[in-house]
Design a protein. Structure first.
Length: 269
């Protein structure tokens, strides 16, 4: 399984459009892995998690054939994870392609926003409502949606993705996981875990994870024998407001055996 990190920033991106903070200024000056677009991953070129507003940029930057994507998993409705208006670009009259559908898996609100954006359009998306802890066989993988602790106004999801004998936890956006999610994970064996660290050293950990929560999550997964031997743990989804550049994040996480994702990183498991 090849996991391609297309973007690794939170909502604002790094450097943020209008920001003049020290972190954004340094990111503009240093470039490289400090430049972060909105978060998404692509697995084996055919399964994508989330549809941010930077999807067009990602397709150009990494030479992605978008119509090769068979399954699209949406974690929640926030615009850095679902920019539904860009789905219209795949409607007839805007794009020319075959009739192969892209199947979209999500909870109620992301589906409602997507179908609303596509009202009146002829398109080849197929929408599937998923429920927490109920496995679903997609075209490319078996997925299990898990509950996230992110936005109390909607059902936000994490995903277990089992593909070709490998199981990955896609674990953002979420603060400290809800108890039913911990209970489910206790009976899982992971070949990789992708976590978030949006808020850095902030004590906040209720809707996003901070550094301590990410470290404690890895420790919990190890303590409960959830991680397979050698399974990578990777952090992503960083906010410029955390005030941490890529090298600083590496200094924090590498001693704990955690990889820091950057735009373009490919992890093979």
């Amino acid at each position: 399984m090849h996991i391609h990190f297309l973007g690794t920033a939170a909502f604002e991106g790094i450097p943020s459009l209008f920001c003049e903070c020290h972190t954004c200024a340094q990111a503009r000056e240093q470039g490289g892995r400090n430049i972060r677009s909105r978060t998404s991953v692509l697995i084996d070129e055919e399964l994508k998690v989330d549809f941010p507003p930077d999807t067009f940029y990602h397709s150009l930057q990494y030479g992605i054939t978008m119509n090769a994507i068979k399954d699209l998993l949406i974690t929640h409705s926030h615009s850095d994870h679902l920019y539904a208006e860009d789905m219209v670009i795949r409607a007839k009259g805007y794009a020319q392609y075959g009739d192969l559908p892209i199947h979209v898996y999500a909870h109620d609100l992301p589906i409602r926003l997507s179908t609303h954006a596509l009202i009146g359009e002829t398109h080849a998306f197929r929408f599937h409502r998923v429920l927490p802890f109920e496995p679903v066989q997609t075209q490319t993988a078996t997925i299990v949606p898990l509950l996230a602790a992110h936005d109390p106004n909607e059902t936000c999801l994490l995903y277990l993705i089992e593909k070709n004998g490998k199981t990955v936890l896609y674990g953002n956006d979420s603060g400290w996981f809800p108890e039913p999610t911990w209970q489910y994970l206790a009976n899982v064996k992971l070949d990789a875990a992708i976590l978030e660290c949006t808020v850095g050293r902030s004590p906040h950990r209720t809707s996003h994870m901070n550094i301590e929560a990410a470290l404690e999550t890895k420790a919990w997964l190890a303590e409960h024998n959830v991680l397979q031997p050698g399974a990578p743990v990777i952090v992503t989804h960083f906010s410029h407001n955390a005030g941490l550049l890529h090298e600083e994040l590496m200094e924090i996480f590498q001693p704990h055996g955690i990889q820091v994702a950057y735009d373009g990183l490919i992890v093979t498991i």
